[in-house]
Design a protein around this ligand. Structure first.
Ligand code: PEP
Length: 271
């Protein structure tokens, strides 16, 4: 390996750092957050995105318009309009300025009955309307203890991409988020475990995309913070970080993005 090699084992592939605010962000806080990150003039090669609640999405998208930061919804319905009380459609997200949408987060699967099948319908709808779906997949602790984590992850990937052409599959993004690693009760996953799971997911993605190297981006999420971001960012099959709590302040988010960009640029030790 040459001395000038960097930690980024995936040169040429974009590296994403994004956050979902979940059910947080009243209008004043959301505006302050958006104004602060709109003022960042150099993301050092990172592709940034934020996913605020629907109620402030249009405001945040307006404030970030013209910046490098993409804006996404945290969920949507598969239909375009109709009698779906309380739901939001892909055209509605687009009208608000969203270019991305998070689908299949474990909290939605667990508390709101989201299934691999409905996630697949939503992915089709998002692509039809020009939104980039970010699909969350991950195994529970019981599935990992029962040695079926790899099977569960493969199933989630295959069902997510069901019925898509290779070109369409290449427009989908994934986030590997072990359910047991997410949120207040979450335990950060050892990077070696993430590396092993991500390699298996990558195989599925390559198969779906029809060729290695052009498969969908795979982000990692689950208790990512300033202390552990660098080892996750350096993993060969990981194309980004999807962050909750640690990015719920504009400063926290921008610092994490800087940490990721420094990790990717750092010289890699000789093997
Ligand atoms: C998440 O819920 O998707 C997530 C990554 O949250 P946290 O970073 O807070 O664990």
């Amino acid at each position: 390996m040459s001395a000038s090699a960097t930690s980024n084992p995936k040169p040429g592939r974009p590296f994403w750092v994004g956050t979902s605010w979940k059910m947080n962000g009243l209008p004043d806080d959301a505006r302050r957050y958006a104004e602060r990150i709109a003022a960042v003039d150099d993301w050092h090669g990172i592709r940034p995105f934020v996913m605020p609640p629907f109620t402030v999405l249009a405001d945040v998208a307006r404030l970030l318009h013209g910046s490098a930061v993409q804006v996404g919804g945290q969920n949507m319905h598969w239909d375009e309009s109709g009698s779906w009380t309380g739901e939001i459609s892909a055209p509605m997200l687009r009208q608000c300025g969203a270019t991305m949408v998070e689908l299949g987060h474990s909290e939605r699967r667990r508390h709101f009955g989201e299934t691999d099948e409905t996630v697949n319908w939503k992915i089709h709808a998002a692509l039809r309307h020009g939104l980039t779906p970010l699909v969350c997949i991950g195994e529970t602790q019981a599935e990992r203890d029962g040695n079926v984590a790899d099977l569960i992850l493969a199933r989630q990937v295959r069902l997510a991409l069901h019925g898509l052409t290779a070109a369409q599959a290449g427009r989908v993004m994934f986030a590997y988020e072990p359910v047991w690693a997410i949120g207040e009760a979450g335990r950060p996953a050892p990077p070696e475990l993430v590396a092993q799971a991500a390699a298996g997911i990558r195989q599925e993605l390559d198969r779906a995309a029809g060729a290695p190297g052009v498969s969908p981006p795979l982000l990692y999420g689950g208790s990512v913070n300033l202390e552990n971001a660098a080892p996750y960012a350096a993993l060969a099959d990981i194309d980004g970080l999807f962050v909750g709590r640690a990015a719920w302040t504009a400063e926290g988010y921008a610092t994490l993005a800087r940490t990721a960009s420094r990790t990717l640029a750092a010289p890699r030790p000789e093997p």
